[in-house]
Design a protein around this ligand. Structure first.
Ligand code: FAD
Length: 188
């Protein structure tokens, strides 16, 4: 469940939602802001024949839940090529961001530094999990992002990722090893 979910879950249908389902700013369940299991629980509950919340059912379909109903008993299948949940999206995004750090020049040109600055500030506004994006923008406002070298940016990014790890109750990563993880491979 994304941090900030409690405050994010607002709107008329929130009372009917399972814990961990985060609404988007449009008031519909936001798949890229919710964990897969929470979203699945939501989609299942919205399929129950006794559930007369037709608005919520419509919202589930709109939000991209992959559902298959057989008679009165509804079954739910989420294919591999379904839209990502908050975790899949996060893993893929960290892979992209750390890989950008890994291939960023050791001595970037002024143009490359400006590009990185523009990319990261645009990224922080467009990230598809809006509660994550809000927090990340806050982090960027507090912790000035260095763009003067690969190592400076890579370290900053590692610490930014650790801040999310802490928020989610995960172990932190040893940032002295970020290049082994994302650029050179592990030392034997
Ligand atoms: P991930 O955290 O995705 O990490 C992938 C891999 O990166 C790990 O397996 C590890 O090898 C390596 N790694 C871990 N930590 C570091 C580090 N500090 N530096 C370098 N490498 C590292 N989810 C939420 O629920 N709430 C949020 O508010 C939220 N905010 C996010 C903000 C951003 C900008 C991004 C990109 C993602 C956010 N996520 C958020 C998603 C979350 O960070 C995870 O990606 C998701 O929970 C899946 O976690 P994971 O355990 O698979 O590994």
């Amino acid at each position: 469940e994304p941090s900030g979910a409690t405050t994010a879950v607002t709107g008329s249908s929130s009372a009917a939602l399972p814990p961990g389902v985060v609404l988007g700013k449009d008031g519909k369940p936001c798949r890229t802001c919710s964990s897969g299991s929470a979203f699945k629980a939501f989609a299942k509950s919205s399929l129950k024949p006794s559930n007369n919340n037709t608005t919520t059912t419509t919202k589930a379909a709109t939000a991209g839940a992959a559902v298959a109903a057989t008679g009165a008993a509804a079954t739910l299948t989420i294919p591999r090529d379904c839209p990502p949940d908050v975790e899949q999206l996060g893993r893929s995004t960290w892979t992209l961001l750390h890989s950008i750090a890994a291939t960023y020049p050791t001595t970037p040109s002024a143009r490359e530094q400006a590009d990185l600055q523009t990319f990261m500030s645009t990224f922080s506004r467009l990230y598809p999990c809006w509660v994550c994006a809000d927090d990340f923008q806050g982090y960027m406002a507090r912790e000035k992002m260095p763009v003067g070298s690969r190592d400076a940016f890579g370290q900053w990014l590692c610490e930014a990722h650790n801040a999310v790890n802490v928020k989610l109750g995960k172990q932190t990563f040893d940032c002295s090893k970020w290049q082994e993880r994302w650029r050179t491979g592990w030392k034997d």
